[in-house]
Design a protein around this ligand. Structure first.
Ligand code: BG6
Length: 484
């Protein structure tokens, strides 16, 4: 067997989010979250994604059950009651870390109250204690599309500056409660999502907005300040903790070597790296200031905002990577689908059943690029293949396509490490099957562990190991030396 390219202590594991696995959406004092309001829409009736709520009227129609009653994120895969069984399976695979999010409305049901919900805090105590039994380090996302719905209804989400105080109170509550249990934290999942979905990223109903772009960037500014304040609070409360940002990374290639295409790709890339420029380098980049000026966007900042962003950058940069994109200098090109983002078709790549263009080498390219730019440790916190899985008559699930996808990406990550990129760990997305973020499907599966449930909530919820389960177990056991 060859020698491992991965450093000792490399954090292998898997990732999920509360809204996609927990279920129990109204148990033990939990308030409603934004994703509790998203219904399942069959493929033929929706586009690439079905998760935006646009107006108060629409929200009320959903609350009154006028838009159907299939809310898959309310049921998740019942991790709330089955966490012991699930964590035992993660431990059997040898996980060193498990990335999970805390559901904000489990802790602060409305989001703006002063005292947390003790029952919610106790649930995560139990989860962290269970992980500790197996020496699995939790990696906690503080906010993963789970804003309390009340903050949408009363404040239109992050458009309102008061959200900073609510978020910081929530984050400080977590740091002081779990300071002896959690050493790795992330502030906002895919902080760049608001540009695509203001509802999911910022809890904003867009029909309320006079100027959509202005509101999105203002909401983001509030999130940047809140994130920097959380970094400060985390270091003050847990001196040995590390806290990172999280970006949905879109590596963008030029369609050809025509300078117009190259420039278009560069500009798309800047749009994507703007977020990490702020959170890692600690200031708004000049290209964005020009963009704001050209587009009449004026951010309202308070004294001290720029200082807090400058003084409390993140310790590491985490990102999701599923695919790469292509940009063209000509505007009439047909766009391909991606997870929330779209670009021109790349003729050299195959795509998943959901049209996501599979590009393992792109992961190495992007890791090298980001490390060159930021010189901080990277953490791959999402990567994986959403696919339809078949249970064979003998009960087996032969997901060789998933193994191929993961193998190729892990191999490229290994090459990036050999080339000097500092990487803390790798948590493959949806280590156990869960509800899709963009489409609310159950049938779009990522896991090493199969969950018996369909798009309508039928099924026993029984867990079964897929072929990839043993494969990943071997990868971890050999610290990535054996990917065969
Ligand atoms: C990321 C999100 O964008 O992609 C996850 O952080 C999400 O929450 C994942 O599940 C995969 O997307 P989807 O739409 O296939 O669930």
């Amino acid at each position: 067997m060859s020698v491992s390219r991965f450093p000792e202590g490399f954090l292998w594991g898997g990732a999920t989010a509360a809204n996609q696995v927990e279920g129990a959406y109204n148990k033990d004092g939990k308030g409603l979250s934004i994703f509790d309001m998203v219904t399942f829409v069959p493929k033929e009736k929706r586009g690439n994604m079905a998760m935006e709520v646009r107006s108060e009227e629409e929200l009320n129609a959903r609350l009154n059950g006028e838009m159907g009653d299939n809310f898959p994120k309310r049921r998740g895969v019942d991790f709330y009651h089955r966490y012991k069984e699930d964590i035992a399976l993660f431990a059997e695979m040898g996980f060193k870390t498990y990335r999970l999010s805390i559901s904000w409305p489990r802790i602060f049901p409305n989001g703006d109250e002063l005292e947390p919900n003790e029952a919610g805090l106790e649930f995560y105590d139990r989860v962290f204690d269970e992980l500790a039994k197996y020496n699995i380090e939790p990696l906690v996302t503080i906010s993963h599309y789970e804003m309390p719905l009340h903050l949408v209804q009363k404040y239109n989400g992050w458009e309102d500056r008061r959200l900073i105080e609510f978020f910081v109170r929530y984050a400080e509550t977590l740091f002081s409660r779990y300071k002896d249990k959690v050493k790795y934290w992330l502030t906002f999942n895919e902080i760049n999502i608001s540009s695509i979905s203001p509802y999911i990223g910022s809890g904003m109903l867009v029909d309320h907005l006079e100027n959509r772009e202005q509101a999105i960037y203002q909401a983001l500014h509030h999130q940047f300040v809140a994130s920097a304040r959380a970094v400060k609070a985390c270091h003050a409360t847990i001196p040995d903790a590390k806290i990172g940002c999280m970006l949905a990374r879109m590596e963008v290639y030029p369609e050809t070597c025509h300078p117009d295409d190259v420039l278009a790709a560069l500009e798309e890339d800047q749009k994507n790296l703007f977020y990490t420029d702020v959170q890692v380098r600690g200031k708004y980049p000049s290209y964005m200031k020009k963009y704001f000026k050209d587009n009449h966007i004026e951010l309202k900042m308070e004294p001290g905002d720029e200082e807090i962003i400058a003084n409390y950058p993140v310790d590491f940069l985490s990102f999701s990577y599923y695919m790469s994109m292509v940009a063209s200098g000509s505007s009439d090109k047909k766009k391909e689908k991606g997870n929330f983002f779209s670009g021109v078709k790349n003729p050299y790549l195959e795509a998943s059943d959901w049209g996501w263009q599979i590009d393992p080498k792109g992961m190495r390219i992007t890791m090298k690029k980001m490390y060159d730019r930021y010189q901080v440790p990277l953490f791959v916190v999402e990567n994986g293949l959403g696919a339809y899985d078949e249970v064979e008559p003998d009960g087996s699930i032969n997901d060789d396509y998933r193994i191929d996808y993961l193998r190729a990406h892990i191999d490229e990550m290994g090459k990036a490490i050999e080339e000097g990129v500092e990487v803390m760990g790798y948590t493959s997305w949806g280590c156990i099957d869960l509800i899709s973020a963009s489409t609310s499907e159950m049938s779009k599966r990522y896991g090493f562990i199969y969950v018996d449930q369909d798009d309508y909530g039928n099924g026993t919820l029984e867990r079964k190991k897929k072929k990839s389960f043993d494969w990943y177990k071997k990868v971890i056991a050999t610290n990535g030396a054996d990917l065969s």
